[in-house]
Write a protein that binds this ligand. Structure first.
Ligand code: ADP
Ligand code: MG
Length: 706
């Protein structure tokens, strides 16, 4: 009921933003396939999403009269006169078009080109303007596969400085560039939402001009993260996020959170009696911090940081049982289906014993079965709901959601926060193994409190970690097979991303799978990202049940999987992983009684830093130390700026480069809300546009309660 009221309060989107909301399919030259690729690349299919795809480099094209003026490797623009052809008739012999440029000879080289195509496009005696990378072959200048070749000296055919964008397989750079240029043309002038004095002090341009500058760099320095156009756009985004957060926070303060009172703790103590261990001191401390939040009438937003294996799930259960005992529902959101199912399987029997009713709901549930689950969530029959991000979706209505727990690596940006607040939940717990510096967590997520589980369950044996060159692989396999036969060891075998191509990754994993199968037959299983969820589950289940000795996997096992009997982790091409990721992976073993091992295979030659990084892994198991070292070696951006951390969810801002702007944006947002709580002033209207741009329109529903 509350939901519909909130939705009604959301104003219609201002017309002026319509062009930016158009789908990229509306652009000339972008078909359904291209649109799909753009959507994957830009994480959205609006023109605005496309325009937020920033270039990371530039190609500068130099005009030359003759190839003698330039060096090999330069990207040049040059006029050539076509003299004659030599057509390559054999497979690996290219066709050459002999030309003259200025006072020198120069060839255009084409592999696998059709003769009629060449003759039509490069008629003898004609003049062409060519651009491409200059090379010298046997003393003769040549350009292989020119980027452009045009007859007229048309202005604007070549971009003298062409931005280079991060790409995805299957999408051509020219297609993307053209789409971006066409999208730029549709970008409207928007009223200024920033404080003019800030803009002036920083020397920033208007929003639209900054956007144009972003996509029309004149030099390499203009695509840098600290260029003023990028800074302005990043600051816009940060202000949007901070404004949304401030509005939510303010509404929460007025609305009063929920006080979970009258908890006897009976349900929880019964639960704790049923598990075969006692909680660590750190777990108990964090649970009591959560208890205090839940009892208080203020809304809880708490981040629980704990290394892999520190036992975050038990903490989540303790909190959820609080909510259940008060008659409310609790939700546990896992980052993957596998993990959601696994939580269901391991926690389910414990909930059953207490008579607590739970359901597991993931994106895979379809049709009647799904409807049944949804109705149980809606009518309150389900007291605990375990699921994936599907739970954020609009269709999932809760009867009375009191607590939401978000398990590691989920994105939990402002957007998710807004979606949750739409579901009426007051208390939120986010659990992560990523050690985010406290200050950053506080500024980026505003009002989050932080708890740390800084102690591991007793009796864990250190994992014996070894570094091995890939050449030792065969000998290692022999040793592993012995351990399987003699000690019933179970092994995870991780094949990493080889290239930015799922197909190739899969090929590598399948090849390894075949080799291992030749030794162990059907005692080897394979899971990878392209499998159907049911099939993935089936394989994981077999491994968990001990019916498989080796589980070959691409990185899908990364998060949270728990098979205590598995004691050996093999990681191929370990040098290609981030340390945090290696740490996560290694954390899958060392969960049971037996001595665990981790084999990090690397290919040679390996760089000094590469080796140094792997040595850190060998020498410590402390996730915080590893993260610190990782940041030192790779820079904070790789850890926090990417979506991997699950917390940062920016399109244009990058915490590593724009971190200092966050505090500024937060202060500005607070000032805005103090002065104009309903955003009714002229600037307030402009700020509404800003919220719409960054998909934060739900924040506007908080205006009415102000
Ligand atoms: P993570 O923090 O990585 O999510 P989990 O919650 O999956 O860790 O816990 C890892 C393993 O440790 C699980 O098998 C869990 O049952 C077990 N565990 C949790 N707390 C304790 C404890 N206090 N003593 C012993 N084992 C524990
Ligand atoms: Mg976990």
């Amino acid at each position: 009921m509350q939901n519909t009221k909130l939705k009604a309060a959301v104003q219609e989107r201002p017309f002026i933003l319509d062009p930016l909301y158009r789908s990229v399919t509306a652009l000339p030259g972008v078909g359904p396939r291209g649109a799909k690729l753009i959507e994957r690349l830009c994480d959205g299919e609006r023109l605005w999403d496309l325009l937020c795809h920033a270039p990371t480099d530039v190609v500068e094209r130099t005009h030359i009269e003759s190839p003698v003026e330039a060096d090999s490797g330069k990207v040049v623009i040059v006029d050539v006169n076509v003299h004659e052809y030599s057509i390559g008739r054999k497979r690996n012999v290219p066709s050459r078009i002999h030309c003259v440029a200025g006072d020198a000879q120069m060839d255009l080289v084409f592999f696998h080109a059709r003769e009629d195509y060449l003759k039509k496009n490069f008629p003898i005696g004609g003049t062409k303007q060519i651009s491409g990378t200059l090379a010298f072959y046997r003393g003769r200048a040549q350009i292989t596969h020119p980027d452009f070749a045009t007859s007229k000296n048309e202005e604007g055919v070549f971009e003298k400085v062409e931005p280079v964008y991060p790409m995805t397989q299957g999408l051509g750079h020219k297609v993307l560039r053209k789409a971006i240029l066409n999208a730029l043309e549709q970008a409207p002038e928007l009223d200024e939402w920033q404080d003019p004095s800030v803009i002036k002090a920083r020397g920033w341009d208007k929003w639209r001009e900054s956007l144009l500058a972003l996509h029309h760099p004149m030099s390499e320095s203009m695509v840098a993260l600290d260029h003023k156009a990028r800074l302005r756009l990043a600051y816009d985004e940060m202000l949007a996020h901070q404004l949304a957060l401030t509005l939510i926070r303010r509404a929460q303060q007025k609305a009063k959170g929920r006080a979970f009172t009258g908890i006897s703790g009976a349900l929880r103590s019964q639960f704790l009696q049923n598990i075969p261990f006692t909680l660590t001191g750190a777990q108990q401390r964090v649970i009591s911090e959560i208890d205090e939040d839940m009892i208080s009438p203020l809304a809880m937003v708490r981040l629980v940081q704990g290394d892999v294996g520190s036992g975050k799930t038990m903490v989540a259960c303790a909190a959820m049982l609080n909510a259940v005992e008060c008659g409310a529902q609790a939700a546990l959101m896992a980052p993957t289906e596998i993990l959601a199912r696994q939580h269901g399987e391991s926690l389910g029997p414990l909930f059953d014993k207490l008579g607590v009713r739970y359901v597991v709901l993931t994106g895979r549930d379809k049709g009647k079965a799904k409807e049944l689950l949804l109705s149980q969530v809606q009518n309150g029959a389900a007291q605990i709901v375990i699921g994936t991000h599907a739970l954020f979706q609009e269709k999932v209505a809760f009867q009375d959601l009191g607590l939401a727990v978000i398990d590691e690596q989920h994105r939990f940006g402002v957007q998710q926060r807004l979606q949750l607040s739409q579901k009426g939940v007051s208390d939120v717990l986010v659990m992560t193994a990523t050690p985010i510096p406290r200050t950053l967590a506080l500024t980026a997520y505003g009002d989050m409190d932080v708890s740390r589980i800084d102690e591991k369950p007793a009796g864990r044996k250190p994992i014996d970690t070894r570094l091995l060159p890939k050449s030792k692989l065969e000998g290692m396999v022999a040793g592993l097979i012995r351990q399987i036969k003699e000690e019933k060891a179970q092994i995870y075998w991780v094949c990493p991303l080889v290239e930015d191509s799922e197909v190739l990754d899969l090929a590598a994993a399948e090849e390894r799978f075949d080799v291992l199968q030749s030794f162990l037959g059907d005692r080897v299983g394979l899971v990878h990202g392209r499998m159907k969820a049911e099939d993935k589950d089936a394989v994981m289940k077999k491994f968990a049940a001990g019916d498989l000795d080796i589980l070959v996997a691409t990185t899908v096992i990364e998060v949270g999987v728990n098979v205590p009997n598995a004691s050996i982790m093999v990681i191929e091409h370990a040098e290609r992983f981030g340390l945090a990721q290696l740490h996560q992976l290694r954390g899958r073993v060392g969960r049971g009684e037996r001595q665990s091992h981790c084999m990090l295979l690397y290919s040679t030659p390996i760089s000094e830093t590469g080796k140094a990084r792997l040595k850190i892994m060998r020498d410590t198991e402390d996730g915080f130390l590893i993260a610190e070292e990782d940041m030192r070696l790779r820079g904070v951006g790789d850890i926090l700026g990417t979506r991997q951390s699950g917390l940062a969810d920016y399109m244009l801002a990058d915490l590593s480069a724009h971190g200092e702007l966050i505090a500024m944006a937060r202060d500005e947002a607070q000032l805005i809300v103090q002065r104009d709580p309903r955003l009714t002033s002229e600037r307030g209207q402009a700020l509404k546009n800003l919220l719409y741009l960054f998909n934060l329109k739900e924040a506007l529903s908080n205006l009415r309660s102000g």
